[in-house]
Write a protein that binds this ligand. Structure first.
Ligand SMILES: Cc1cc2nc3c(=O)[nH]c(=O)nc-3n(C[C@H](O)[C@H](O)[C@H](O)COP(=O)(O)OP(=O)(O)OC[C@H]3O[C@@H](n4cnc5c(N)ncnc54)[C@H](O)[C@@H]3O)c2cc1C
Length: 385
């Protein structure tokens, strides 16, 4: 593992984002969850703070601060609203592949508006045939009249109904072994035939929009192709593997911090047998577990992010961080619920939301089974301590 310490700049960022979250997000998070509304209007304000393009170089309108800084922003937002956390984290999956694989023209055309908060981004890869089976995608891209025609349906897409600029994968051919060749395209809201479909009613991560994206004879110009023809699997996997999962991990660090803070507050305030329950050893054991899970998830998440900032391979470290953080955010919120007795199931407290958000984080960006497959493959092919 890679050890890290926040720089002064990162500490200042954390302070600024925390102040913003306390003022603009914390007071409304429960309402967004209950009504399942995404506060799209906050994207403009978060853009002004630099959050929307936090890792994007300044020359394209970003804050130029990297992946650790991104994790700080997502942890702070998700401490109070993991729903808004996943909306922001998925927004980042719009500019990221364009930055990595786009032409200079594409970067200049799309990225500055995604950074400023003028536009919201998204990445549409998953299809009804199964998100884990990346190569089973059925959406097609056909060359026609010098451009492309896209047809198909994507499902479980975050920001489906609010994204202005989406990166979409489609099958554009087959390789010599008959396997699908995927390509990635940049598609803008308002393009004829490109519509948001069914909106999901989710258990957790409410306050983010998740739904279908339907493509019916969507005509896009040749320069909508991102990277080269056949680069789609690489582009999609890279965005999900190093940005999507890293983001989900940071979101769950935020949930875990919420569990620690709520456990301290509740156990010091709740009086039973004439004294706070924090004096009971059984309660102390739960507090100790929740705190340890938070610290471990935090270390793994920021360590993986700092590897990315150093330009080192990090897909395995991100998979471990995502696996650990999502599973232990679920475990910690259940423990917090138990610790609170009857109050744990009262919706006035955020703990029920923590549990639902943590559970919904497990499949987002790849399930725990898939994370374990990645980790096992990496470990079995040459574990070096
Ligand atoms: C809230 C939320 C937001 C999302 N946002 C986006 C988004 O913005 N863009 C996007 O493209 N996608 C998004 N997704 C989709 C997400 O990436 C998929 O849900 C995920 O990859 C799992 O795919 P699936 O749901 O089709 O499950 P399936 O792939 O059908 O898996 C079903 C079960 O089989 C298991 N399984 C599958 N393959 C294997 C295997 N090889 N070995 C062992 N077990 C296996 C899985 O672990 C799971 O338990 C989102 C999902 C959620 C829940």
């Amino acid at each position: 593992m890679h050890f890290f310490e926040f720089t002064e700049e990162q500490k200042m960022l954390r302070k600024a984002v925390r102040e913003f979250v306390d003022a603009e997000i914390a007071p409304k998070a429960a309402e967004w969850d209950e009504k399942d509304v995404c506060p799209v209007e906050l994207f403009k304000k978060m853009g002004e703070l630099g959050i929307n393009g936090i890792f994007v170089p300044e020359q394209y309108g970003g804050a130029g601060q990297g992946s650790v800084a991104r994790a700080i922003c997502l942890e702070e937002i998700s401490r109070h609203s993991a729903g808004l956390g996943i909306a922001m984290m998925t927004h980042h999956m719009g500019p990221y592949p364009i930055l990595l694989y786009g032409t200079e023209e594409q970067k200049k055309k799309y990225i500055p508006d995604l950074c400023s908060g003028k536009k919201v981004g998204g990445l549409a890869v998953t299809e009804p045939g199964g998100g884990s089976d990346f190569s089973g995608q059925k959406t097609t891209g056909e060359k026609k009249d010098g451009g492309w025609v896209l047809n198909g349906r994507k499902c479980f897409i975050t920001n489906s109904h609010i994204a202005d600029t989406s990166v979409v994968t489609a099958k554009t051919g087959e390789d010599e072994k008959g396997r699908p060749k995927l390509s990635a395209f940049i598609v803008e809201k308002g393009t004829k035939g490109f519509e948001a479909g069914r909106k999901e009613h989710k258990l957790g991560l409410r306050g983010s929009v998740t739904g279908d994206v339907v493509l019916t004879d969507v005509k896009v110009p040749a320069d909508a192709l991102l990277g080269k023809e056949g680069d789609g699997a690489k582009i999609g996997m890279n965005a999900i593997g190093e940005v999507g999962r890293a983001g989900m991990s940071a979101i769950c660090v935020g949930i875990l911090r919420g569990c620690v803070e709520e456990a301290v507050k509740f156990s010091n305030e709740r009086i039973v047998y004439g004294k706070p329950i924090s004096k009971l050893q059984a309660i102390q054991f739960e507090v100790a577990k929740i705190r340890t899970y938070y610290e471990a998830a935090r270390l793994m998440t920021y360590s993986a992010a700092s590897l990315k900032d150093d330009g080192k391979p990090c897909a395995n470290e991100v998979a471990m961080a995502k696996y650990f953080s999502t599973e232990y955010a679920t475990d910690a919120s259940k423990r917090l619920m138990d610790l609170m007795g009857g109050y744990g199931v009262i919706n006035e407290y955020p703990v029920g939301r923590f549990l639902r958000d943590a559970l919904a984080s497990i499949p987002s960006g790849g399930t725990s089974h898939i994370m374990q497959i990645i980790i096992a493959a990496n470990t079995l092919s040459g574990f070096q301590p």
